[in-house]
Design a protein around this ligand. Structure first.
Ligand code: PLP
Length: 343
C-alpha cells in the first residue's frame, strides 16, 4: 500500500467525477459560451450570496487577481507573517501589483482586529505606503489548518470599514473551516469584499479555484485574468468537476478532520515527537525532539511506503479524499511501531 500525506492537492478524480467531466457541455469561455462554467460560477456565487464568481486555473491566480483589483502600485496590504500570499505565491504581490506586505505576528496564521488597527499607515502621511487591503487566510495553511474565530473576522471588518480598507479572504481551505466550525458560506459572503476558494484541494477536483466578489469587481477581473494568461476555452471539462465536488465532497471533509485528530493522538504518544500544533482540520504540523532529524523521520516512513513532507523546520501531514480508512489504519500502525535513532 502506498500512502501520500504530502498534501490534499494530490487527489485524483474518481470514476464518477471523470464521467461528469467527460459528459460536460462545453463552449469557448472567452466568448462566455461555456454553459457549464457559467453554471459553476452562478452556483458558487449563489452559495455565498455574492453577486458574481470567476473560475481560475489556480488559487494563486485567483488571489493575485483579487489583490491587483483592490490595490494601486505602491500600496501596502496587511496579512499574517505566515500568509500564503506572502510565502508561496512567488513574490506575486510585488511582481503583479507593486504592493508590499505589512506582516502581523498572528497566532498560527490568524490575526486579531487590534493587530490590524495597529499597523494601518496614516493616509495623510506621504512618507508611508497607503494601506488599502487586509488579506486573511482561513484555514491558515502554515498555521496548521487553523480556523478563524468568526467574531474576530467581524471585528476586523469593522476596522476595515472605519479605515476605508478592502477585505480579501484567501479561502483555499475555507471548506474545511466551514465544516469544522459549522459555519455557512453566506456568513462569509456578507463580510468579505472578495473570496478565493480552491476546488482542487479538499474537494478533490484536478484543477481550479474560484474568485468571488461584486459584479463590478468580477467584470474587472476578466481583464486581469487575461493579462495573467488565465483566460481559457472549453473549461466546462474542468468546471463540471467543480459542480460535482460542491454537491458531493464538502460534508465528507469531517472524515479528513477525524483522521487528522487520530494521527495527532498517535504522534503525541511517540517519544521522539516534541510538539504538535493543535489539529483543527486536516493539517498536522509537528516537530521532533532534539537530536532526531526530520530527514530520518521522512525516510523511515518512506520505508513503509508512506510519504510526508517538511514544512519549514517542521514536518507536515495532510489528510484528504484519497486517504482511505484502510490507509489510515495502516499509517497509525506504522507510526506506533516506528523506530528512530538519534543522530
Ligand atoms: C494552496 C493554496 C493556495 C493556492 O494554491 P494554488 O496551488 O495556486 O492553487 C492559496 N492559498 C492557500 C492558503 C493555499 O493553501
Amino acid at each position: 500500500m502506498k500512502v501520500n500525506l504530502v498534501s490534499d492537492t494530490i487527489t485524483k478524480p474518481t470514476a464518477e467525477m471523470l464521467k461528469v467531466m467527460m459528459d460536460a457541455k462545453v463552449g469557448d469561455d472567452m466568448y462566455r459560451e461555456d454553459e457549464t462554467t457559467i453554471a459553476l460560477e452562478q452556483k458558487i456565487a449563489g452559495m455565498f450570496g455574492m453577486e458574481a464568481a470567476m473560475f481560475f486555473p489556480s488559487g494563486t491566480m485567483a488571489n493575485q487577481t483579487g489583490i491587483k483589483l483592490h490595490t494601486q502600485p505602491g500600496d501596502q496590504l496587511i496579512c499574517d507573517k505566515d500568509a500564503h500570499i506572502f510565502h508561496y505565491e512567488s513574490g506575486g504581490v510585488s511582481f503583479n501589483s507593486g504592493v508590499s506586505c505589512r506582516m502581523v505576528d498572528g497566532d498560527r496564521g490568524t490575526i486579531k482586529a487590534h493587530q490590524v488597527a495597529e499597523v494601518i499607515n496614516d493616509p495623510n502621511s506621504f512618507h508611508s505606503p497607503m494601506t488599502t487591503l487586509v488579506s486573511l487566510e482561513n484555514t491558515a495553511n502554515k498555521g496548521g489548518g487553523t480556523c478563524y474565530d468568526f467574531q474576530e473576522i467581524l471585528k476586523i471588518r469593522e476596522v476595515c470599514d472605519s479605515h476605508n480598507l478592502k477585505l480579501h479572504l484567501d479561502g483555499a481551505r475555507l471548506w474545511n473551516a466551514l465544516v469544522a466550525k459549522g459555519e455557512s458560506t453566506t456568513q462569509y459572503g456578507e463580510v468579505f469584499d472578495s473570496i478565493s476558494v480552491c476546488l482542487s484541494k479538499g474537494l478533490g477536483c484536478p484543477v481550479g479555484s474560484v474568485l468571488l466578489g461584486t459584479e463590478e469587481f468580477i467584470n474587472r477581473a476578466y481583464r486581469v485574468r487575461k493579462i495573467l494568461g488565465g483566460a481559457m476555452r472549453q473549461i466546462g471539462y474542468l468546471t463540471s468537476a467543480g459542480i460535482y465536488a460542491l454537491d458531493n465532497n464538502i460534508a465528507r471533509l469531517s472524515e479528513d478532520h477525524r483522521r487528522a485528530k487520530e494521527l495527532e493522538a498517535t504522534l503525541a504518544s511517540l517519544p521522539f515527537v516534541k510538539s504538535i500544533t493543535p489539529v483543527e482540520t486536516n493539517i498536522i504540523i509537528f516537530d521532533l525532539e532534539e537530536g532526531y532529524s526530520n530527514t530520518a523521520f521522512i525516510e523511515a516512513l518512506k520505508g513503509y511506503n508512506i510519504f510526508i513532507s517538511p514544512m519549514g523546520a517542521k514536518l507536515r501531514m495532510v489528510t484528504h479524499l484519497d486517504y482511505t480508512q484502510e490507509m489510515h489504519e495502516y499509517v497509525l500502525d506504522c507510526l506506533a511501531k516506528l523506530e528512530l535513532v538519534t543522530q
